[in-house]
Design a protein around this ligand. Sequence first.
Ligand SMILES: Cc1cc2nc3c(=O)[nH]c(=O)nc-3n(C[C@H](O)[C@H](O)[C@H](O)COP(=O)(O)OP(=O)(O)OC[C@H]3O[C@@H](n4cnc5c(N)ncnc54)[C@H](O)[C@@H]3O)c2cc1C
Length: 407
Amino acid sequence: MEPRPRGPDRERTGCDVTRVLVIGGGIAGTAAAVALRKAGIDVAVYEAHPDSAEDIGAFLTLASNGMRALAQLGASAAVTAIGFPLTSMRVLDGAGAQVAHVPLGEAADPRLRYRCLRRGELNTALQAEAARRGIDIRHGARLAAVEDGPDGVTAHFADGSTATGDMLVGADGLNSTVREAIAPATRPVHAGQQVFYGYTRAAPLPGPDASITMVRGGPGGFGCAVSPDGETYWFARVSGDPLPMDEITRGTPAGWRDLLVPLLREDAPVAADVVAATTDAIMVTNATELPPGAPWRTARTLLIGDAAHAASPATGQGASMALEDAVVLAKSLRDAPDIETALSCYESLRRPRTEHNTTVSGNISRGTHTPSRPAGGASPPRPGDDDLARLLEWDSDIMAMRPAHQG
Ligand SMILES: Cc1cc2nc3c(=O)[nH]c(=O)nc-3n(C[C@H](O)[C@H](O)[C@H](O)COP(=O)(O)OP(=O)(O)OC[C@H]3O[C@@H](n4cnc5c(N)ncnc54)[C@H](O)[C@@H]3O)c2cc1C
């Protein structure tokens, strides 16, 4: 059962933020809008894409921590209606022999199970949930500049229109325009791998139901999961320099397959067979991250999600971290007496955890760290894991959870 909604009805302690502009209608921005609305704050989302049906390309896994954040927003049902659950992880050697089979995350609770879904489907579902709650999502609104004043913030859009609010949230992803204004020196960097994704209904690697299969060997990492209707979702990470953008744009599924299969064939033939069976749906991207330590905020502007802490995909935590951001931000604005206290509370709770993820994920992608997981199973501990349930619990007072030096 979803937690009892405690939204605009919950008493706020008097933070001076009543209207928030959210830039970016991706996972972070849409979830933040839902959370802010639930905290009784007026919010609008400005999304550059002209419609919600953006690329349905790559898939991702939402981990139990991300699903927990969604549950606290009362938004589990919107997401469990799409994709499929994953309750265990199987590890195979390159030839296909099983090395381990372990439970994944909080598998016993249907709301908190890992979920595998296409990123575009997730975005669309979250946007529909936001719209259902009466949140204004403006498509085709590309932010061009931010003007941060003592009493408010103004967003200037590429079409010449403007919007004003008490605060602006930059949820505009890896190449954030908002970050350009706050931290112009911060640039995304290559995290040492190219990442290929594919879908096929002809893969010769069935697994147990609701299981993700990781295959050892090969040039960086390979994993796949079979949906209940028999479609295999797979990814392959390949260590190396970034692929030039024009090569990515010109590439074809057949070309990527011909590149990838020989790389996998010798050490991970079982993975090579899955890729070889994929005919028309293979995509590639470079693994990219933001170096930790860059500023996240000014007086009335805050970066969240990939705009603040993009990580390489190795730990599979980017979307889940964005969902955690949404809940912690809304609770901070709800419970703090003023915006400065709210944003510093938010940052002190989020920075250690998200930057730990960026570092660990980057180290895995660069091959400088072997995941300390039981045979590739459970995630290594992260700062904040112990208190996460209480932190995300909608009704708990976030001010009581600030690090001691802030209290
Ligand atoms: C290959 C790959 C695999 C991944 N796998 C996983 C995984 O398994 N699990 C996981 O949890 N995470 C995964 N991630 C990470 C995850 O996809 C991201 O962390 C997540 O999408 C971040 O969400 P976001 O809302 O911050 O950014 P985005 O999803 O990038 O959304 C940003 C939004 O802002 C909009 N925008 C941009 N500029 C402007 C502007 N100027 N004005 C208005 N709007 C603007 C964009 O159109 C977009 O809609 C993966 C990422 C990659 C690249």
